[in-house]
Design a protein around this ligand. Sequence first.
Ligand SMILES: [Zn+2]
Length: 602
Amino acid sequence: MIPQDFIEEVLDRTDIVEIIEASVVLKKMGKNYQGLCPFHKEKTPSFTVSQDKGFYHCFGCNAHGGALKFLQEHLRMDFIPALEMLAERVGMKLPQQDEVLPRQENRERRVIYEILEHASKFYKEQLRTNSTRERAVEYLKGRGLSGHIARDFDLGYSVAKWDSLQTFMASSNFERVFLNNSGMLVQRDGSDHSYDRFRDRIMFPIKDLRGKVIAFGGRLIGDGKPKYLNSPETPVFQKGRELYGLYEARRRTPHLEKIIVVEGYMDVLALAQNGIPYAVATLGTATTDNHIERLFRFVSRIVFCFDGDEAGRKAAWKALDAVLPYLQDGRTVAFLFLPDEEDPDSLVRKEGKDGFEGRLSKCTSFTDFFYSHLESSLDMSTPEGKASLSKMAMPLVDQIPKGVFKQLMVNSLSSRVGLTSETLISASASYQKRKSRQSGPIPPSSIKNAVTLAKNDIPKSELGGQVDRAVSMLLKQPELADLFEPEEYSLLKADERLSLLSDLLDFIMHEDILSPEIIFKYFNDRPDFMRLQQLAKKEQLLDISQFADEFKGIVRLQLHRLEEESKKTDIENLLQRAIGTLSSEEKDLIRRYHNGHSLKNV
Ligand SMILES: [Zn+2]
Protein backbone atom coordinates (compact mmCIF):
# COMPACT_ATOMS: atom_id res chain seq x y z
CA MET A 1 0.00 0.00 0.00
CA ILE A 2 2.87 2.33 0.75
CA PRO A 3 4.46 3.89 -2.31
CA GLN A 4 7.98 2.71 -3.04
CA ASP A 5 8.99 6.34 -3.37
CA PHE A 6 8.12 6.98 0.23
CA ILE A 7 10.08 4.00 1.49
CA GLU A 8 13.09 5.00 -0.53
CA GLU A 9 12.97 8.50 0.80
CA VAL A 10 12.79 7.34 4.40
CA LEU A 11 15.77 5.06 3.85
CA ASP A 12 17.52 7.84 2.04
CA ARG A 13 17.25 10.14 5.03
CA THR A 14 18.02 7.42 7.57
CA ASP A 15 21.51 6.90 8.86
CA ILE A 16 21.80 3.14 9.09
CA VAL A 17 24.72 3.41 11.52
CA GLU A 18 22.51 5.23 14.01
CA ILE A 19 19.90 2.50 13.78
CA ILE A 20 22.28 -0.41 14.13
CA GLU A 21 24.40 1.25 16.79
CA ALA A 22 21.41 1.16 19.09
CA SER A 23 21.87 -2.59 19.40
CA VAL A 24 25.37 -3.42 18.11
CA VAL A 25 28.66 -1.88 19.17
CA LEU A 26 30.24 -0.57 15.97
CA LYS A 27 33.77 0.58 15.33
CA LYS A 28 34.82 2.65 12.39
CA MET A 29 37.13 0.73 10.05
CA GLY A 30 38.14 2.80 7.06
CA LYS A 31 35.04 3.84 5.21
CA ASN A 32 32.77 1.34 6.93
CA TYR A 33 31.77 0.27 10.42
CA GLN A 34 32.36 -3.11 11.95
CA GLY A 35 31.01 -5.08 14.86
CA LEU A 36 30.03 -8.49 16.16
CA CYS A 37 27.23 -9.90 14.06
CA PRO A 38 23.89 -9.88 15.87
CA PHE A 39 22.60 -12.66 13.64
CA HIS A 40 25.14 -15.34 14.47
CA LYS A 41 27.51 -16.05 17.35
CA GLU A 42 31.05 -14.89 16.76
CA LYS A 43 34.12 -13.66 18.56
CA THR A 44 35.75 -11.64 15.82
CA PRO A 45 33.68 -9.10 13.93
CA SER A 46 32.58 -10.00 10.44
CA PHE A 47 29.54 -7.73 10.41
CA THR A 48 30.04 -4.52 8.44
CA VAL A 49 27.84 -1.50 7.93
CA SER A 50 28.20 0.89 5.05
CA GLN A 51 26.95 4.29 6.00
CA ASP A 52 27.12 5.74 2.48
CA LYS A 53 25.33 2.85 0.84
CA GLY A 54 22.91 2.33 3.70
CA PHE A 55 23.27 -1.42 4.19
CA TYR A 56 24.81 -4.03 6.47
CA HIS A 57 26.50 -7.23 5.47
CA CYS A 58 27.88 -10.15 7.46
CA PHE A 59 30.72 -12.11 5.92
CA GLY A 60 30.10 -14.91 8.41
CA CYS A 61 26.44 -15.70 7.89
CA ASN A 62 25.64 -13.58 4.85
CA ALA A 63 23.00 -11.56 6.66
CA HIS A 64 22.41 -8.55 4.45
CA GLY A 65 20.02 -5.62 4.17
CA GLY A 66 19.13 -2.04 4.95
CA ALA A 67 17.80 -0.25 8.02
CA LEU A 68 14.26 -1.59 7.54
CA LYS A 69 15.38 -5.15 7.22
CA PHE A 70 17.56 -4.79 10.30
CA LEU A 71 14.59 -3.73 12.40
CA GLN A 72 12.51 -6.55 11.02
CA GLU A 73 15.10 -9.28 11.35
CA HIS A 74 16.93 -8.24 14.46
CA LEU A 75 14.24 -6.53 16.52
CA ARG A 76 11.46 -8.63 15.01
CA MET A 77 9.41 -5.59 14.18
CA ASP A 78 6.71 -5.82 11.57
CA PHE A 79 7.20 -3.95 8.34
CA ILE A 80 4.77 -1.11 8.98
CA PRO A 81 5.78 -0.28 12.56
CA ALA A 82 9.42 -0.43 11.52
CA LEU A 83 8.86 1.90 8.61
CA GLU A 84 6.76 4.17 10.77
CA MET A 85 9.50 4.39 13.35
CA LEU A 86 12.16 5.20 10.78
CA ALA A 87 9.89 7.77 9.17
CA GLU A 88 9.19 9.48 12.48
CA ARG A 89 12.88 9.72 13.25
CA VAL A 90 13.45 11.70 10.08
CA GLY A 91 10.36 13.85 10.47
CA MET A 92 8.13 12.09 7.96
CA LYS A 93 4.63 10.72 8.33
CA LEU A 94 3.38 7.47 6.94
CA PRO A 95 0.91 8.27 4.16
CA GLN A 96 -2.65 7.63 5.28
CA GLN A 97 -4.80 5.15 3.47
CA ASP A 98 -6.16 6.57 0.21
CA GLU A 99 -3.75 9.44 0.51
CA VAL A 100 -1.26 8.90 -2.23
CA LEU A 101 1.86 10.83 -1.50
CA PRO A 102 2.28 13.44 -4.16
CA ARG A 103 4.99 12.05 -6.38
CA GLN A 104 5.91 15.57 -7.22
CA GLU A 105 7.07 16.25 -3.67
CA ASN A 106 9.35 13.29 -3.73
CA ARG A 107 10.87 14.10 -7.01
CA GLU A 108 11.44 17.61 -5.74
CA ARG A 109 13.60 16.43 -2.89
CA ARG A 110 15.64 14.26 -5.14
CA VAL A 111 16.22 17.07 -7.60
CA ILE A 112 17.10 19.50 -4.82
CA TYR A 113 19.80 17.15 -3.54
CA GLU A 114 21.18 17.08 -7.03
CA ILE A 115 21.09 20.85 -7.35
CA LEU A 116 22.94 21.29 -4.07
CA GLU A 117 25.57 18.76 -5.05
CA HIS A 118 26.04 20.63 -8.31
CA ALA A 119 26.27 23.95 -6.52
CA SER A 120 28.84 22.60 -4.10
CA LYS A 121 31.03 21.38 -6.95
CA PHE A 122 30.65 24.71 -8.69
CA TYR A 123 31.68 26.75 -5.62
CA LYS A 124 34.67 24.50 -5.01
CA GLU A 125 35.71 24.94 -8.59
CA GLN A 126 35.45 28.73 -8.25
CA LEU A 127 37.77 28.64 -5.27
CA ARG A 128 40.36 26.90 -7.43
CA THR A 129 39.99 28.66 -10.75
CA ASN A 130 38.01 31.88 -10.71
CA SER A 131 40.01 34.95 -11.71
CA THR A 132 39.03 36.65 -8.44
CA ARG A 133 39.84 33.62 -6.31
CA GLU A 134 42.71 35.39 -4.55
CA ARG A 135 40.20 37.33 -2.43
CA ALA A 136 38.82 34.11 -1.03
CA VAL A 137 42.18 32.42 -0.65
CA GLU A 138 43.59 35.45 1.17
CA TYR A 139 40.62 35.47 3.46
CA LEU A 140 41.05 31.81 4.38
CA LYS A 141 44.78 32.22 4.88
CA GLY A 142 44.10 35.26 7.03
CA ARG A 143 41.96 33.06 9.25
CA GLY A 144 44.77 30.55 9.48
CA LEU A 145 43.08 27.85 7.41
CA SER A 146 45.10 25.58 5.13
CA GLY A 147 44.17 24.19 1.75
CA HIS A 148 43.95 20.83 3.44
CA ILE A 149 41.12 21.88 5.74
CA ALA A 150 39.38 23.67 2.88
CA ARG A 151 39.43 20.41 0.97
CA ASP A 152 38.28 18.28 3.91
CA PHE A 153 35.28 20.49 4.48
CA ASP A 154 34.64 21.06 0.76
CA LEU A 155 34.81 24.82 1.15
CA GLY A 156 33.90 26.91 -1.87
CA TYR A 157 33.68 30.45 -3.13
CA SER A 158 30.71 32.36 -4.52
CA VAL A 159 31.89 35.31 -6.60
CA ALA A 160 30.54 38.84 -6.27
CA LYS A 161 28.02 38.52 -9.09
CA TRP A 162 24.26 38.29 -9.16
CA ASP A 163 23.93 35.46 -11.64
CA SER A 164 27.01 33.32 -11.48
CA LEU A 165 25.43 30.17 -10.03
CA GLN A 166 22.29 30.76 -12.04
CA THR A 167 24.18 30.85 -15.31
CA PHE A 168 26.04 27.71 -14.40
CA MET A 169 22.83 25.90 -13.47
CA ALA A 170 21.19 26.91 -16.73
CA SER A 171 23.47 24.48 -18.49
CA SER A 172 22.14 21.60 -16.39
CA ASN A 173 18.46 21.93 -17.31
CA PHE A 174 17.10 21.84 -13.79
CA GLU A 175 13.50 22.93 -13.64
CA ARG A 176 13.05 26.52 -12.58
CA VAL A 177 10.71 25.68 -9.71
CA PHE A 178 13.18 23.27 -8.13
CA LEU A 179 16.01 25.76 -8.41
CA ASN A 180 13.91 28.33 -6.60
CA ASN A 181 12.89 25.84 -3.93
CA SER A 182 16.46 24.73 -3.33
CA GLY A 183 17.15 27.98 -1.51
CA MET A 184 20.08 28.82 -3.75
CA LEU A 185 18.26 31.54 -5.68
CA VAL A 186 16.14 34.41 -4.50
CA GLN A 187 13.11 35.32 -6.52
CA ARG A 188 12.43 38.99 -7.08
CA ASP A 189 9.00 39.99 -5.87
CA GLY A 190 6.31 39.72 -8.48
CA SER A 191 8.55 38.68 -11.32
CA ASP A 192 10.14 35.63 -12.86
CA HIS A 193 13.56 37.00 -12.23
CA SER A 194 15.76 35.59 -9.57
CA TYR A 195 19.33 36.09 -8.47
CA ASP A 196 22.01 34.14 -6.58
CA ARG A 197 21.42 34.09 -2.84
CA PHE A 198 25.10 33.74 -2.02
CA ARG A 199 27.52 36.32 -3.43
CA ASP A 200 31.09 37.19 -2.52
CA ARG A 201 31.16 34.58 0.21
CA ILE A 202 33.18 31.66 1.47
CA MET A 203 30.80 28.75 1.08
CA PHE A 204 30.41 26.05 3.73
CA PRO A 205 28.38 23.08 2.54
CA ILE A 206 26.23 21.70 5.37
CA LYS A 207 25.97 17.93 5.14
CA ASP A 208 23.68 15.33 6.59
CA LEU A 209 25.04 12.28 8.35
CA ARG A 210 25.56 10.47 5.11
CA GLY A 211 27.57 13.29 3.64
CA LYS A 212 24.91 14.66 1.31
CA VAL A 213 24.88 18.43 0.94
CA ILE A 214 21.58 19.72 2.33
CA ALA A 215 22.26 23.45 2.61
CA PHE A 216 24.98 26.09 2.65
CA GLY A 217 26.34 28.66 5.00
CA GLY A 218 28.20 31.63 3.56
CA ARG A 219 30.67 34.04 5.17
CA LEU A 220 30.92 37.43 3.49
CA ILE A 221 34.44 38.19 2.28
CA GLY A 222 34.16 41.94 1.83
CA ASP A 223 32.40 44.43 4.06
CA GLY A 224 28.65 44.47 4.40
CA LYS A 225 25.79 42.59 5.93
CA PRO A 226 24.88 39.98 6.90
CA LYS A 227 28.30 38.57 7.72
CA TYR A 228 26.92 35.06 7.86
CA LEU A 229 24.08 33.76 5.75
CA ASN A 230 22.42 30.34 5.79
CA SER A 231 20.21 28.61 3.29
CA PRO A 232 16.55 29.02 4.21
CA GLU A 233 14.63 25.94 5.32
CA THR A 234 13.85 23.78 2.31
CA PRO A 235 12.31 20.37 1.75
CA VAL A 236 15.71 18.86 2.60
CA PHE A 237 16.89 21.21 5.35
CA GLN A 238 15.48 21.90 8.81
CA LYS A 239 17.69 24.09 10.97
CA GLY A 240 16.83 22.69 14.38
CA ARG A 241 17.92 19.21 13.36
CA GLU A 242 21.28 19.70 11.74
CA LEU A 243 24.74 20.28 13.11
CA TYR A 244 27.53 21.69 11.00
CA GLY A 245 30.61 19.50 11.08
CA LEU A 246 29.05 16.34 12.53
CA TYR A 247 29.58 14.36 9.36
CA GLU A 248 33.18 15.53 9.13
CA ALA A 249 33.87 14.92 12.83
CA ARG A 250 32.66 11.35 12.56
CA ARG A 251 34.68 10.79 9.43
CA ARG A 252 37.87 12.28 10.81
CA THR A 253 37.75 10.68 14.26
CA PRO A 254 37.24 6.93 14.24
CA HIS A 255 36.50 6.62 17.98
CA LEU A 256 34.67 9.76 18.79
CA GLU A 257 34.46 10.13 22.58
CA LYS A 258 33.32 13.67 23.07
CA ILE A 259 31.97 16.48 20.98
CA ILE A 260 32.30 20.21 21.51
CA VAL A 261 29.32 22.31 20.52
CA VAL A 262 30.29 25.78 19.28
CA GLU A 263 28.45 28.58 17.59
CA GLY A 264 30.00 29.17 14.20
CA TYR A 265 31.40 27.50 11.11
CA MET A 266 34.69 29.27 11.58
CA ASP A 267 35.01 27.86 15.10
CA VAL A 268 34.56 24.34 13.78
CA LEU A 269 37.15 24.91 11.07
CA ALA A 270 39.71 26.63 13.29
CA LEU A 271 39.46 23.86 15.86
CA ALA A 272 39.85 21.19 13.18
CA GLN A 273 42.78 23.09 11.72
CA ASN A 274 44.46 23.09 15.11
CA GLY A 275 44.07 19.41 15.81
CA ILE A 276 40.67 19.37 17.49
CA PRO A 277 38.49 17.69 14.88
CA TYR A 278 35.54 16.96 17.14
CA ALA A 279 33.59 20.23 17.18
CA VAL A 280 30.17 20.89 15.66
CA ALA A 281 28.13 24.06 15.30
CA THR A 282 24.42 24.65 15.67
CA LEU A 283 23.07 26.57 12.71
CA GLY A 284 22.03 29.84 14.24
CA THR A 285 19.54 28.21 16.59
CA ALA A 286 19.71 27.34 20.27
CA THR A 287 20.57 23.75 21.10
CA THR A 288 17.48 21.62 20.54
CA ASP A 289 16.38 18.23 21.88
CA ASN A 290 17.01 16.94 18.45
CA HIS A 291 20.65 18.01 18.52
CA ILE A 292 21.25 16.49 21.93
CA GLU A 293 19.60 13.23 21.12
CA ARG A 294 21.63 12.96 17.98
CA LEU A 295 24.95 13.79 19.65
CA PHE A 296 24.44 11.33 22.47
CA ARG A 297 24.00 8.61 19.90
CA PHE A 298 27.64 9.02 18.96
CA VAL A 299 29.41 10.16 22.10
CA SER A 300 28.92 9.98 25.84
CA ARG A 301 30.31 13.43 26.56
CA ILE A 302 29.19 16.81 25.23
CA VAL A 303 31.02 20.03 26.04
CA PHE A 304 29.11 23.22 25.29
CA CYS A 305 31.25 26.21 24.49
CA PHE A 306 29.83 29.62 25.33
CA ASP A 307 30.97 33.20 25.86
CA GLY A 308 31.68 33.94 29.49
CA ASP A 309 29.36 36.95 29.53
CA GLU A 310 25.76 37.28 30.63
CA ALA A 311 24.33 36.26 27.26
CA GLY A 312 26.63 33.25 27.08
CA ARG A 313 25.58 32.03 30.51
CA LYS A 314 21.95 32.45 29.59
CA ALA A 315 22.43 30.37 26.48
CA ALA A 316 24.35 27.78 28.50
CA TRP A 317 21.47 27.51 30.94
CA LYS A 318 19.09 26.89 28.05
CA ALA A 319 21.33 24.08 26.86
CA LEU A 320 21.46 22.65 30.37
CA ASP A 321 17.70 22.69 30.56
CA ALA A 322 17.38 20.88 27.25
CA VAL A 323 19.91 18.25 28.21
CA LEU A 324 18.37 17.12 31.54
CA PRO A 325 16.15 14.33 30.22
CA TYR A 326 19.09 12.81 28.35
CA LEU A 327 21.49 12.47 31.27
CA GLN A 328 21.41 8.74 31.77
CA ASP A 329 24.26 7.32 33.80
CA GLY A 330 27.40 7.20 31.73
CA ARG A 331 26.67 10.40 29.85
CA THR A 332 28.28 13.66 30.86
CA VAL A 333 27.85 17.27 29.94
CA ALA A 334 30.18 20.15 30.73
CA PHE A 335 30.51 23.84 29.89
CA LEU A 336 33.49 25.75 28.64
CA PHE A 337 33.10 29.47 29.24
CA LEU A 338 35.44 31.57 27.16
CA PRO A 339 37.39 34.61 28.29
CA ASP A 340 36.10 38.05 27.25
CA GLU A 341 36.43 38.99 23.61
CA GLU A 342 37.41 35.47 22.58
CA ASP A 343 35.68 32.81 20.54
CA PRO A 344 36.92 29.25 20.00
CA ASP A 345 38.41 30.36 16.68
CA SER A 346 40.55 33.14 18.15
CA LEU A 347 41.40 31.18 21.26
CA VAL A 348 42.64 28.04 19.57
CA ARG A 349 44.74 30.09 17.18
CA LYS A 350 46.29 31.88 20.13
CA GLU A 351 46.78 28.96 22.47
CA GLY A 352 46.99 26.01 20.12
CA LYS A 353 45.69 22.47 20.62
CA ASP A 354 47.32 21.96 24.01
CA GLY A 355 46.12 25.23 25.41
CA PHE A 356 42.57 24.65 24.24
CA GLU A 357 42.47 21.05 25.42
CA GLY A 358 43.86 22.23 28.74
CA ARG A 359 40.84 24.48 29.07
CA LEU A 360 38.57 21.61 28.06
CA SER A 361 39.98 19.40 30.80
CA LYS A 362 39.34 22.09 33.41
CA CYS A 363 35.93 23.20 32.20
CA THR A 364 32.85 23.67 34.38
CA SER A 365 31.05 20.47 35.27
CA PHE A 366 27.32 20.13 34.86
CA THR A 367 26.78 20.02 38.62
CA ASP A 368 28.91 23.09 39.32
CA PHE A 369 27.18 25.16 36.70
CA PHE A 370 23.78 23.90 37.76
CA TYR A 371 24.15 24.94 41.38
CA SER A 372 26.23 28.06 40.89
CA HIS A 373 23.68 29.39 38.42
CA LEU A 374 20.73 28.76 40.73
CA GLU A 375 22.54 30.05 43.80
CA SER A 376 23.73 33.21 42.11
CA SER A 377 20.36 34.87 42.72
CA LEU A 378 19.86 33.52 46.26
CA ASP A 379 21.18 34.24 49.71
CA MET A 380 22.22 30.77 50.72
CA SER A 381 22.93 31.77 54.31
CA THR A 382 19.22 32.10 55.00
CA PRO A 383 16.55 29.39 55.32
CA GLU A 384 14.52 31.22 52.66
CA GLY A 385 17.43 30.98 50.23
CA LYS A 386 17.83 27.29 50.90
CA ALA A 387 14.11 26.65 50.50
CA SER A 388 14.08 28.51 47.18
CA LEU A 389 17.04 26.51 45.98
CA SER A 390 15.36 23.20 46.66
CA LYS A 391 12.14 24.43 45.12
CA MET A 392 13.94 25.50 41.95
CA ALA A 393 16.31 22.58 41.74
CA MET A 394 14.10 19.58 42.42
CA PRO A 395 11.79 19.88 39.40
CA LEU A 396 14.89 20.09 37.24
CA VAL A 397 16.63 17.18 38.92
CA ASP A 398 13.41 15.23 38.51
CA GLN A 399 13.84 15.40 34.75
CA ILE A 400 17.10 13.46 34.91
CA PRO A 401 16.51 9.77 34.20
CA LYS A 402 16.68 7.49 37.21
CA GLY A 403 20.15 6.40 38.13
CA VAL A 404 23.27 7.07 40.12
CA PHE A 405 23.82 10.53 38.66
CA LYS A 406 20.35 11.63 39.62
CA GLN A 407 20.89 10.35 43.14
CA LEU A 408 24.17 12.25 43.34
CA MET A 409 22.44 15.44 42.25
CA VAL A 410 19.89 14.93 45.02
CA ASN A 411 22.68 14.26 47.53
CA SER A 412 24.47 17.36 46.46
CA LEU A 413 21.32 19.42 46.91
CA SER A 414 20.75 17.79 50.26
CA SER A 415 24.14 18.89 51.56
CA ARG A 416 23.54 22.42 50.30
CA VAL A 417 20.19 22.91 51.98
CA GLY A 418 20.71 20.66 54.97
CA LEU A 419 17.75 18.34 54.38
CA THR A 420 17.88 14.60 53.79
CA SER A 421 17.42 13.28 50.27
CA GLU A 422 14.23 11.55 51.41
CA THR A 423 12.71 14.82 52.55
CA LEU A 424 13.69 16.51 49.33
CA ILE A 425 12.17 13.80 47.21
CA SER A 426 8.89 13.76 49.07
CA ALA A 427 8.74 17.54 49.07
CA SER A 428 9.40 17.54 45.35
CA ALA A 429 6.61 15.07 44.74
CA SER A 430 4.23 17.55 46.29
CA TYR A 431 5.57 20.40 44.16
CA GLN A 432 4.69 18.48 41.11
CA LYS A 433 2.13 20.45 39.26
CA ARG A 434 0.56 17.35 37.82
CA LYS A 435 -3.17 17.82 37.55
CA SER A 436 -6.00 16.41 39.60
CA ARG A 437 -4.55 13.29 41.12
CA GLN A 438 -1.29 13.36 42.99
CA SER A 439 0.61 10.14 43.29
CA GLY A 440 1.93 11.18 46.70
CA PRO A 441 5.48 11.05 47.95
CA ILE A 442 7.53 8.06 47.06
CA PRO A 443 8.17 6.03 50.23
CA PRO A 444 11.80 6.58 51.16
CA SER A 445 12.35 2.89 51.80
CA SER A 446 11.55 2.01 48.22
CA ILE A 447 14.13 4.45 46.92
CA LYS A 448 16.77 3.14 49.22
CA ASN A 449 15.99 -0.34 48.05
CA ALA A 450 16.24 0.35 44.37
CA VAL A 451 19.92 -0.49 44.44
CA THR A 452 19.59 -3.68 46.44
CA LEU A 453 16.80 -4.94 44.25
CA ALA A 454 18.91 -5.00 41.15
CA LYS A 455 19.88 -8.60 41.79
CA ASN A 456 16.79 -10.54 42.38
CA ASP A 457 15.41 -14.02 42.24
CA ILE A 458 12.77 -13.94 39.55
CA PRO A 459 14.14 -15.10 36.21
CA LYS A 460 14.66 -12.15 33.94
CA SER A 461 12.62 -13.51 31.07
CA GLU A 462 9.62 -14.23 33.26
CA LEU A 463 9.62 -10.80 34.85
CA GLY A 464 10.13 -9.18 31.45
CA GLY A 465 7.25 -11.18 29.99
CA GLN A 466 4.87 -10.13 32.74
CA VAL A 467 5.82 -6.49 32.53
CA ASP A 468 5.53 -6.54 28.76
CA ARG A 469 2.07 -8.05 29.00
CA ALA A 470 0.99 -5.41 31.49
CA VAL A 471 2.36 -2.57 29.35
CA SER A 472 0.82 -3.93 26.21
CA MET A 473 -2.59 -4.27 27.87
CA LEU A 474 -2.36 -0.76 29.29
CA LEU A 475 -1.68 0.65 25.85
CA LYS A 476 -4.82 -1.00 24.55
CA GLN A 477 -6.94 -0.20 27.59
CA PRO A 478 -5.52 2.67 29.68
CA GLU A 479 -8.48 2.52 32.12
CA LEU A 480 -6.83 -0.54 33.62
CA ALA A 481 -4.67 1.92 35.52
CA ASP A 482 -7.68 2.71 37.72
CA LEU A 483 -7.64 -0.76 39.23
CA PHE A 484 -5.15 0.30 41.92
CA GLU A 485 -4.59 3.40 43.97
CA PRO A 486 -1.74 5.70 42.90
CA GLU A 487 0.03 5.12 46.25
CA GLU A 488 0.13 1.42 45.57
CA TYR A 489 1.83 1.95 42.24
CA SER A 490 4.52 4.10 43.78
CA LEU A 491 6.16 0.96 45.16
CA LEU A 492 6.82 -0.17 41.58
CA LYS A 493 9.28 2.68 41.21
CA ALA A 494 11.71 0.80 43.44
CA ASP A 495 12.59 -1.57 40.65
CA GLU A 496 14.44 -0.13 37.66
CA ARG A 497 13.17 -2.95 35.49
CA LEU A 498 9.60 -1.83 36.00
CA SER A 499 10.30 1.76 35.00
CA LEU A 500 8.48 1.60 31.67
CA LEU A 501 5.40 0.19 33.37
CA SER A 502 5.44 2.58 36.31
CA ASP A 503 6.13 5.65 34.19
CA LEU A 504 3.34 4.66 31.84
CA LEU A 505 0.98 4.26 34.80
CA ASP A 506 2.08 7.62 36.13
CA PHE A 507 1.39 9.27 32.82
CA ILE A 508 -2.00 7.65 32.37
CA MET A 509 -3.11 8.56 35.90
CA HIS A 510 -2.34 12.22 35.33
CA GLU A 511 -3.51 12.77 31.79
CA ASP A 512 -7.13 13.41 30.89
CA ILE A 513 -7.01 12.70 27.22
CA LEU A 514 -5.34 9.50 26.18
CA SER A 515 -4.54 7.98 22.86
CA PRO A 516 -1.62 5.92 21.64
CA GLU A 517 -0.43 9.06 19.78
CA ILE A 518 -0.31 11.13 22.95
CA ILE A 519 1.44 8.36 24.84
CA PHE A 520 3.99 7.87 22.08
CA LYS A 521 4.67 11.55 21.84
CA TYR A 522 5.36 11.76 25.55
CA PHE A 523 7.60 8.71 25.61
CA ASN A 524 9.41 9.13 22.35
CA ASP A 525 12.65 10.31 23.95
CA ARG A 526 13.14 7.22 26.00
CA PRO A 527 15.68 4.56 25.21
CA ASP A 528 12.96 1.92 25.51
CA PHE A 529 10.61 3.76 23.17
CA MET A 530 11.10 1.13 20.50
CA ARG A 531 9.97 -1.52 22.93
CA LEU A 532 6.90 0.53 23.77
CA GLN A 533 5.96 0.74 20.11
CA GLN A 534 6.43 -2.95 19.63
CA LEU A 535 4.26 -3.69 22.64
CA ALA A 536 1.53 -1.48 21.27
CA LYS A 537 1.32 -3.63 18.16
CA LYS A 538 1.60 -6.91 20.01
CA GLU A 539 -1.24 -9.38 19.60
CA GLN A 540 -3.01 -10.25 22.83
CA LEU A 541 -3.90 -13.85 23.48
CA LEU A 542 -6.63 -12.82 25.86
CA ASP A 543 -9.94 -11.26 25.07
CA ILE A 544 -10.18 -7.65 26.19
CA SER A 545 -12.76 -8.65 28.82
CA GLN A 546 -10.12 -10.71 30.58
CA PHE A 547 -7.56 -7.90 30.69
CA ALA A 548 -8.59 -6.60 34.09
CA ASP A 549 -8.01 -9.89 35.92
CA GLU A 550 -4.74 -10.56 34.19
CA PHE A 551 -3.50 -7.01 34.82
CA LYS A 552 -4.51 -7.16 38.49
CA GLY A 553 -2.69 -10.45 38.86
CA ILE A 554 0.52 -9.14 37.39
CA VAL A 555 0.59 -5.95 39.41
CA ARG A 556 -0.30 -7.75 42.67
CA LEU A 557 2.49 -10.22 42.12
CA GLN A 558 5.01 -7.46 41.56
CA LEU A 559 3.84 -5.47 44.57
CA HIS A 560 4.04 -8.54 46.73
CA ARG A 561 7.53 -9.29 45.51
CA LEU A 562 8.71 -5.74 46.12
CA GLU A 563 7.24 -5.67 49.61
CA GLU A 564 9.02 -8.89 50.48
CA GLU A 565 12.27 -7.54 49.09
CA SER A 566 11.87 -4.36 51.03
CA LYS A 567 11.22 -6.24 54.29
CA LYS A 568 14.24 -8.41 53.70
CA THR A 569 16.45 -5.39 53.16
CA ASP A 570 15.12 -3.71 56.28
CA ILE A 571 15.87 -6.78 58.35
CA GLU A 572 19.35 -7.04 56.86
CA ASN A 573 20.01 -3.43 57.68
CA LEU A 574 18.77 -3.77 61.24
CA LEU A 575 20.86 -6.87 61.76
CA GLN A 576 23.84 -5.13 60.30
CA ARG A 577 23.43 -2.30 62.78
CA ALA A 578 22.76 -4.58 65.72
CA ILE A 579 25.79 -6.71 65.05
CA GLY A 580 28.21 -4.16 66.47
CA THR A 581 26.74 -4.66 69.91
CA LEU A 582 26.97 -8.47 69.99
CA SER A 583 29.50 -10.81 71.56
CA SER A 584 31.33 -13.23 69.29
CA GLU A 585 29.15 -16.16 70.45
CA GLU A 586 26.05 -14.21 69.61
CA LYS A 587 27.49 -13.36 66.21
CA ASP A 588 28.13 -17.06 65.60
CA LEU A 589 24.56 -17.80 66.48
CA ILE A 590 23.32 -15.22 64.04
CA ARG A 591 25.53 -16.61 61.34
CA ARG A 592 24.11 -20.03 61.91
CA TYR A 593 20.51 -18.86 61.92
CA HIS A 594 21.08 -16.66 58.98
CA ASN A 595 22.44 -19.68 57.18
CA GLY A 596 23.39 -18.99 53.61
CA HIS A 597 22.77 -15.27 53.68
CA SER A 598 25.88 -13.22 53.62
CA LEU A 599 26.25 -10.71 56.38
CA LYS A 600 29.06 -8.35 55.71
CA ASN A 601 31.39 -7.21 58.47
CA VAL A 602 30.29 -9.93 60.89
ZN1 LIG B 1 26.58 -12.97 10.80
